[in-house]
Design a protein around this ligand. Structure first.
Ligand SMILES: NC(=O)c1ccc[n+]([C@@H]2O[C@H](COP(=O)([O-])OP(=O)(O)OC[C@H]3O[C@@H](n4cnc5c(N)ncnc54)[C@H](OP(=O)(O)O)[C@@H]3O)[C@@H](O)[C@H]2O)c1
Ligand SMILES: *[C@@H]1O[C@H](CO)[C@@H](O)[C@H](O)[C@H]1NC(C)=O
Ligand SMILES: *[C@@H]1O[C@H](CO)[C@@H](O)[C@H](O)[C@H]1NC(C)=O
Ligand SMILES: *[C@@H]1O[C@H](CO)[C@@H](O)[C@H](O)[C@H]1NC(C)=O
Length: 330
């Protein structure tokens, strides 16, 4: 039987042609990811003796990042809100990275009280912190107030990391040379800055725009923090992981999740999504680079205009300090 007769057999309906095209497309996406992603294997950075804190480490990108940091010898604090999910991830990472330097830290980033008590315990255990990855985030919630009067999404994605980073600032500075990495999103360019959003007020937000806005605030914060930390040896940068198939859509309705699943065929997996975050965490050429935003292909990009305005950044900083009571001595 010739190839042609095989191909022209009636068994090959239009369905098979579509299937083959989809598989070819998928293959090219994989090859493309392979070439344009930073080459993790060729980075020799060793983290023995270093301490890293990763928030939202029990799932998706955070888990993949923690695993690689542990594999490179770092003591990794997996900052998770659920003890059960955290413990499960810890066991998994321990098994694959062969690391015995993993610690579980319980923290709910939407609660300032929880962050304060976590930071206090952490600072006792780890007086020096070399890497802080602000990765945890939620999406898919409507405006919901926390018991502390903050909007839940903004609290988790922005105010929480703001407070945590500030509380750990001393430990980061003590490390001599340290990095703060914020996991941002390409969605930030769809957001706008309205400080009242932090307390569940302000201009109304359309569906999931709160996500976009919180990521934009993070970008503004990055620039401001970098400026404040100039000369301390602590750098702070943010990065977009790209479109990654994780549990990030778990609070959406089933129809959205189904669509995400269908399209996930062309998305990065968690390991690939972790690469840009690891680039900011590990790459030697980024020593001393601070206040920059990186695209998912690890290239420095300008943050949205709103995040570049120094007056807006200062005002946002002031509001955040007030909301998190960082101005009160305790
Ligand atoms: N996936 C994408 O396509 C994409 C695109 C752009 C940016 N990102 C960013 O990538 C980061 C990681 O997301 P992912 O995609 O890996 O999603 P994920 O699998 O849902 O992971 C999110 C993590 O954050 C944790 N978290 C949520 N709320 C928390 C809270 N209040 N306190 C402590 N931890 C909390 C979650 O813990 P639980 O398991 O307990 O919920 C989970 O470990 C996020 O910053 C996200 O915005 C993702
Ligand atoms: C928080 O982050 C998640 C995931 O990245 C996003 O979906 C959500 O809209 C964000 N919330 C805010 C207020 O930015
Ligand atoms: C990282 O997030 C923190 C807390 O939201 C913020 O203060 C800081 O400026 C951000 N840094 C970058 C580089 O985005
Ligand atoms: C921020 O606070 C500082 C000190 O409290 C103040 O001098 C400054 O004017 C404030 N800036 C803005 C833009 O609110």
């Amino acid at each position: 039987m010739s190839l042609w007769s095989v191909l022209s057999s009636p068994a090959w309906g239009p369905g098979s042609v579509v299937l083959i095209l989809v598989l070819l497309l998928r293959l090219s996406v994989q090859i493309w990811h392979k070439f344009y992603l930073w080459d993790l294997q060729h980075c020799s950075t060793d983290l023995t003796g270093k301490t890293a804190v990763v928030t939202g480490a029990n799932s998706g990108i955070g888990k993949a990042v923690s695993q690689e940091l542990a594999r490179r010898g770092a003591r990794v604090i997996l900052a998770c809100r659920s003890r059960e999910r955290g413990q499960q991830a810890l066991a998994e990472i321990q098994a694959t990275s062969k690391s015995n330097r993993l610690l579980l830290g319980e923290v709910d980033l939407s609660s300032m009280a929880s962050i304060r008590s976590f930071a206090q315990r952490l600072l006792q255990e780890c007086p020096e912190i070399h890497l802080l990855v602000n990765n945890a985030a939620v999406s898919g919630f409507p405006t919901t107030l926390t018991p502390e009067g903050l909007d839940l999404t903004f609290a988790t994605n922005y105010t929480g990391p703001f407070l945590l980073t500030n509380l750990l600032q001393g430990a980061l500075q003590r490390a001599g040379s340290a990095r703060v990495v914020n996991v941002s999103s390409f969605r930030q360019s769809h957001g706008y800055i309205d400080e009242d959003h932090l307390i569940g007020a302000g201009r109304p937000l359309t569906f999931n725009q709160n996500y976009d806005c919180s990521k934009l605030l993070l970008a503004s914060f990055t620039g401001k923090l970098a400026q404040r930390l100039q000369g301390t040896g602590v750098t702070v940068n943010s990065v977009d992981p790209g479109v990654v198939y994780t549990k990030i859509m778990k609070h959406f309705s089933w129809s959205y999740r189904f669509l995400f699943w269908l399209l996930s065929f062309f998305f990065k997996d968690s390991k690939q999504g972790a690469v840009p975050v690891l680039y900011l965490s590990l790459a030697k050429e980024l020593d001393g680079v601070s206040g920059k935003h990186f695209s998912s292909s690890c290239v420095i990009t300008l943050p949205p205009e709103a995040a570049q305005d120094p007056h807006v950044a200062q005002s946002l900083w002031n509001t955040s300090v007030r909301l998190t009571n960082l101005d009160k001595v305790d």
